[in-house]
Design a protein around this ligand. Structure first.
Ligand SMILES: Cc1ncc(COP(=O)(O)O)c(C=O)c1O
Length: 522
């Protein structure tokens, strides 16, 4: 029962506002004897002192163990019904060269959704044959780069893309394995799924067009059709939507088998995580077993062999392993009224906001927060964690309880920000993007350095002065003039002690390499 009428029904007044709900916060998070939170064996006050805030912190062991866990859940479940499962990590959730290597070491493949994500995976040294390439509007340049690199599969997303992938393969003198993304009419979110005949969205082709388009794919001698693909949504808690979608897919898959080999079926990603204590997603092992048994039954009914089943989880792997550290700048109580009863909410403004976590503004996502820099015995009060942007919708945590003595200077954390936060981040209001740090066994390591204002100025060709060295010309000369790009980059790098933008790749990605269309995460 919420104690404050402004609190949503799902939010419980915590018995202990210092405690971390285990399903929401990273596994290694606890508190030192003085109350300061420790993650991966590293105190958060040390992280803040070493790297500043806002800061994305990833519990490396937890990312790796979740990757292992999801791979084992699917391979075990499908082995039991007599087929194999392949797990691709959906790089759109959060990709850096280190993450790509961790995924590879855990036995996962990687799915990329733009030329930029492809470049990161390749810069990590991932074997291109273990990559899947997505996108509803891939450019010819991206297709050429993907085919040229030898990516394992390209997911064809439209009828127009078929001859374009064939032409890219032909130009490279290669045969390219492809999937066809279809809309099954099933769309799922959290507890519910919606099943319709048609889906009003930009991805994939209608299921009823699949046979005709697969015949088209098969007519190209340099395209090898490996199977259908679908993705029914994100942050899904149960197996029902996957089961319904799988049943619809198998009906079409069976007809395609009659016309040639169809070795695989890809059911996409979307497995949900807990963002707050009220979220209760199915265990991944239970979900995998349910989907495996539905697929086995459908294939038996259709009298076809079970194909290899592929999945593409992103959020499930990295989401719960990440937190964002912020410093509180101001607090502001607001007196309101709810159903005729006076009520108060405390606005807690932090040094980041919608530029480092767009999900709250974009999707109305709910997050959890705790004071991490100290423990407090003050009574909890209902808070809203706001950012510092010029936007009233700039909210990071809509509703949670924090100790009532939360104050400027406090170090607070927001849970489960490992997925779709850094990857959706922006420079709104010219805020430099925060660094990403991995913690493990008592040590921290920067994965991606934070931006500096000079990084931002580096792309403004009219800029005349460096932010790092006020009063000097940014190109290092006395003459006024446009920014010397190399010099500005150098200044940006110097400002962060010479670390590369992606410390794992050892350098900055060129704008062109960052690709164009980024798939909407949810
Ligand atoms: C095609 C596809 N695969 C996989 C994913 C990953 O979803 P999630 O991170 O929710 O598992 C997405 C997310 O949008 C997607 O569009």
């Amino acid at each position: 029962m919420p104690d404050n009428p402004l609190a949503p029904a799902w939010l419980q007044l915590p018995g202990d506002a210092n405690a971390f709900a285990t399903e929401v916060w990273p596994a290694s998070l606890n508190r030192d004897a003085d109350g300061v939170a420790v993650i991966g064996g590293v105190r958060v006050d040390e992280l803040a002192a070493d790297y500043g805030t806002p800061l994305y912190v990833l519990d490396e062991e937890y990312v790796r163990s979740r990757a292992e866990r999801v791979r084992r859940a699917f391979t075990d479940a499908f082995e039991r019904v007599g087929t194999a499962a392949e797990v691709y990590y959906a790089g759109k959730a959060f990709l850096s060269t280190d993450i790509a290597r961790w995924m590879t070491e855990a036995g996962l493949r990687i799915d990329v959704a733009s030329g930029g994500e492809l470049a990161v995976a390749l810069a990590a040294g991932v074997d291109a044959s273990r990559l899947g390439f997505h996108g509803n509007n891939k450019s010819d340049e991206e297709l050429d780069r993907a085919v040229g690199a030898g990516v394992g599969t390209i997911v064809i997303d439209s009828e127009q893309e078929i001859p374009r992938v064939a032409a890219a393969a032909s130009a490279r003198g290669r045969s390219q394995r492809v999937r066809l993304r279809v809309r099954t009419g099933v769309h799922a979110h959290t507890h519910d799924f919606l099943a319709t005949a048609h889906e009003d969205q930009k991805f994939g082709v209608a299921l009823e067009d699949a046979e005709r388009l697969v015949a088209d794919i098969r007519s190209h001698s340099n395209l090898e059709f490996v199977g259908l693909h679908c993705h029914i949504g994100s942050q899904i808690f149960g197996a029902d939507g996957f089961a319904e979608s799988a049943a619809r897919l198998i009906a079409v898959h069976a007809r395609l088998v009659a016309g040639g080999q169809v070795p695989e079926l890809n059911l996409g990603g979307g497995f949900g995580i807990a963002y707050n204590a009220a979220d209760d997603p199915d265990r991944i092992e239970d979900l995998a077993q349910r989907v495996a048994s539905v697929l086995a039954a459908e294939c038996e009914t259709a009298q076809i062999p079970l194909p290899t089943i592929a999945f593409e989880p992103g959020r499930y792997i990295v989401g719960p392993a990440g937190i964002t550290l912020y410093t509180v700048g101001t607090t502001k109580p607001v007196a309101l009224e709810a159903d005729g009863t006076p009520a108060r909410r405390l606005y807690v403004s932090v040094d980041g906001g919608m530029s480092d976590n767009a999900r709250t503004a974009l999707y109305g996502a709910d997050y959890s927060t705790r004071i991490l820099g100290r423990a407090s015995s003050a009574d909890p009060v209902l808070v809203r964690v706001a950012g510092k942007h010029c936007e009233s919708g700039d909210i990071v945590v809509n509703d949670d309880y924090l100790p009532g003595d939360v104050a400027p200077g406090d170090l607070i954390g927001v849970a489960a920000t490992g997925a779709y936060c850094w990857s959706l981040s922006s420079n709104y209001n010219y805020l430099p993007r925060p660094a990403v740090v991995a913690v493990r066994d008592g040590a921290s390591r920067m994965l991606v350095r934070g931006e500096t204002v000079d990084d931002l100025l580096a792309r403004d060709l009219g800029a005349r002065h460096s932010a790092a060295l006020p009063g000097t010309h940014v190109d290092g000369t006395d003459a006024p003039g446009p920014l010397g790009r190399a010099r500005a980059l150098q200044l940006g790098a110097e400002a962060v002690s010479g670390l590369g933008r992606d410390a794992g790749a050892g350098g900055r990605l060129d704008r062109q390499e960052r690709g164009h269309a980024e798939e909407n995460a949810e």
